[in-house]
Design a protein around this ligand. Structure first.
Ligand SMILES: [Zn+2]
Length: 236
């Protein structure tokens, strides 16, 4: 991977593999189960309509859990890159935790939403939210009891696709870190990036389904590969 001078605009896609070493698991790591729940029972609009208490309790648990976790060396390295990189940079994350931000990253886009905001379906705003939702608390902005997890469920449109595609069009380097390559539309970003002429690099624990689209793949834990790569890119 070449030094700083070669690249100007970078898009970084991060997935579960970046947060896994902070102790945050996902349903993908456990054969379709997420803490003993099937995806279709907790992570779809239909599940929420059918059994809102189950879904709210599940996300209340996840929201509480992530607040006990800490960013790891991969988050810290990306935050360092973000704070020093002079060109455009966008960290597009599939993760709904706030570990990129807690490490200090600023140019972060949560395409699948965030645990630490709630979405008010009455006023369509997203207040910061750290506590439980199970008791149907009122929205702090409009007073309606219409808050739901601000997480993009299966069957819903990821957030900010226009912003992501605009960043991909300008990117000369696309890096995918710790993603399974199984969830679209994120799995298609590498293909878009290549077609638009960007260099492509994958950092992952094991080869992803989309590996063949990357010009270069490096295999290993994110906490090792990401700091190494950031050093290379910053040329120090
Ligand atoms: Zn509201």
């Amino acid at each position: 991977m070449a030094a700083m001078a070669q690249y100007r605009n970078i898009v970084i896609l991060t997935g579960a593999g970046v947060s896994a070493e902070s102790g945050i698991d996902t349903f993908r790591s456990e054969g379709g189960l997420w803490e003993q729940h099937r995806v279709e029972d907790v992570a779809t609009p239909e599940a929420f309509a059918r059994d809102p208490d189950l879904v709210l309790r599940f996300y209340d648990m996840r929201r509480a859990a992530i607040q006990t976790k800490q960013p790891n060396a991969a988050h810290h390295a990306l935050a360092r890159l973000d704070s020093t990189w002079p060109g455009n940079l966008l960290i597009v994350t599939q993760n709904v935790d706030d570990l990129h931000e807690r490490a200090g990253a600023r140019r972060v886009h949560h395409m699948h939403g965030e645990h630490l905001t709630a979405w008010c379906t009455a006023c369509d705003r997203r207040p910061r939210w750290t506590g439980p939702l199970i008791e149907r608390p009122p929205c702090p902005l409009c007073g309606a009891s219409a808050l739901r997890p601000d997480v993009v469920w299966f069957g819903e449109m990821p957030y900010g696709m226009d912003r992501i595609h605009a960043a991909l069009r300008e990117a000369d380097l696309f890096v995918s870190i710790g993603t399974s390559g199984a969830v679209y539309p994120a799995a298609g970003f590498v293909r878009s990036a290549r077609e638009l002429g960007a260099a492509t690099l994958e950092l992952n624990l094991e080869r992803s389904r989309g590996s063949s689209w990357f010009v270069e793949t490096r295999l290993g834990p994110a906490t090792e590969l990401v700091p190494e790569w950031v050093e290379e890119v910053l040329g120090c």
